[in-house]
Write a protein that binds this ligand. Structure first.
Ligand SMILES: [Zn+2]
Ligand SMILES: [Zn+2]
Length: 389
């Protein structure tokens, strides 16, 4: 089969690899129909996530048709059309019982690697470094889905692939970003990053009752989509001071909640940006927390900072004094996407939201390298690339 393989920094190639096979009773094999390139794939592409090996198959946002199931999978059969959440979860451990599927205690065979870095391991994720299991991803014609009796959800024929594809990751992630804000009527929410997760966090914040959402980015086309498609007010951080502008927009108080939908490769133009770039390049810190610092400093006293951008390791100059002295709450997590599949599918079915508005590029799987390059360089107003396998 064809699969998009990570071959090194800024080098992905679609090549022929062996077809996946059922290895365990609870596996299923899915023929992928649609798969997407995620912003978090760009961290792998840019070489910022440890534990990648040459030849790893990328992709954690995919859907398709079941072609084979192991003996232990009773809820799926060949021909079923499913979306597959990006975390791999056993459904029976302590974490899974508490619906913390992304922290499954049984799905990361390389837990020892993650424990060295994080103290404890997360669960396993598709197509995302050997730190989290080294599982082959779904930017491929076929993919093996472990614990297939727990993860995949059948989708109704009335909805198109593009309407449901983002249930695999970015819609639940944007939604969780907003949910963690504990939004109350009248709240103002600020969102750092107008990429796909940022756009869906804006939409979700409104679904959950925010009165105003203010979005922060620097790319004109993303700053256009935020008001046009998601209804946000915007700030271009290259033109004005974000902290001053947010104060002016909120009667000096700051937003009630701030969402970091940027993560470890944030950009900026202040001296702190040069500091972070240098430290990251020298491997003295793994992540550039420019958006996170700003979100903390901007948030109103007693407010919540919700972090859904991906961080891998360690950050520097973390404004803990602001957190403590101004009673901030920080919430974060890799999204336990399983938990959100059905409620968000229902919102799509009811017509409350159609996450496909973020798609700007559609291309065949064979063009994955071109898709990565467009997305990473933000060329051709690239917001979200969907690959057809
Ligand atoms: Zn993703
Ligand atoms: Zn589990």
């Amino acid at each position: 089969m064809l699969a998009n393989c990570w071959m090194g920094k800024k080098d992905v190639r679609v090549q022929n690899v062996p077809d996946p096979q059922i290895l365990n009773d609870r596996d299923a094999i899915i023929r992928v129909t649609k798969t997407a390139i995620c912003g978090s794939d760009l961290h792998l592409y840019n070489g910022f996530v440890p534990g990648m090996q040459r030849g790893d198959i990328l992709g954690h946002e995919f859907m398709g048709e079941v072609v084979d199931v192991g003996k232990g999978v009773k809820n799926l059969r060949a021909g079923d059309r499913v979306v597959v959440p990006f975390p791999i979860a056993c459904g029976a451990c302590n974490a899974c019982k508490h619906e913390l599927y992304s922290a499954c205690e049984n799905s990361n065979p390389n837990a020892w690697m993650a424990e060295k870095l994080w103290g404890h391991s997360s669960g396993g994720f598709f197509g995302y470094s050997h730190l989290v299991g080294g599982f082959a991803g779904g930017q491929a014609q076929y993919v093996r889905v472990p614990f297939a009796d727990v993860g995949p959800m059948k989708v109704p024929d009335s909805l198109s692939d593009e309407q449901v594809l983002f249930l695999t990751d970015i819609f639940p992630t944007g939604y969780m970003g907003a949910e963690m804000c504990g939004i109350r009527p009248g709240d103002v929410v600020a969102v750092w990053g107008c990429g796909p997760v940022g756009q869906l966090a804006i939409v979700s914040a409104y679904l959950l009752g925010a009165e105003r959402v203010i979005a922060i980015d620097r790319f004109e086309y993303r700053l256009r989509m935020a008001p046009d498609k998601a209804g946000a007010e915007t700030i271009n951080y290259e033109e004005v001071s974000v902290l001053e502008t947010l104060k002016e927009m909120t009667a000096g108080r700051g937003p009630d909640a701030c969402i970091d939908a940027v993560g470890m490769e944030a950009h900026g133009h202040l001296p702190m940006y040069a500091y972070d770039r240098a430290k990251q390049a020298m491997k003295l810190e793994t992540d550039r927390p420019i958006a996170l610092r700003e979100a903390i400093l901007a948030c109103r006293n007693g407010g919540t900072v919700s972090v859904v951008g991906v961080y891998g390791g360690f950050i520097d100059k973390f404004p803990m004094g602001a957190v403590v002295n101004r009673s901030l709450t920080i919430r974060s997590g890799q999204t336990p996407a399983h938990r959100y599949l059905r409620p968000l599918l229902e919102r799509i079915e009811r017509g409350e939201v159609d996450p496909s508005f973020i798609i700007t590029h559609r291309m065949p799987l064979e063009s994955a390298a071109e898709g990565f390059s467009l997305f990473v360089d933000k060329e051709d107003d690239c917001m979200k690339v969907v690959l057809e396998a």
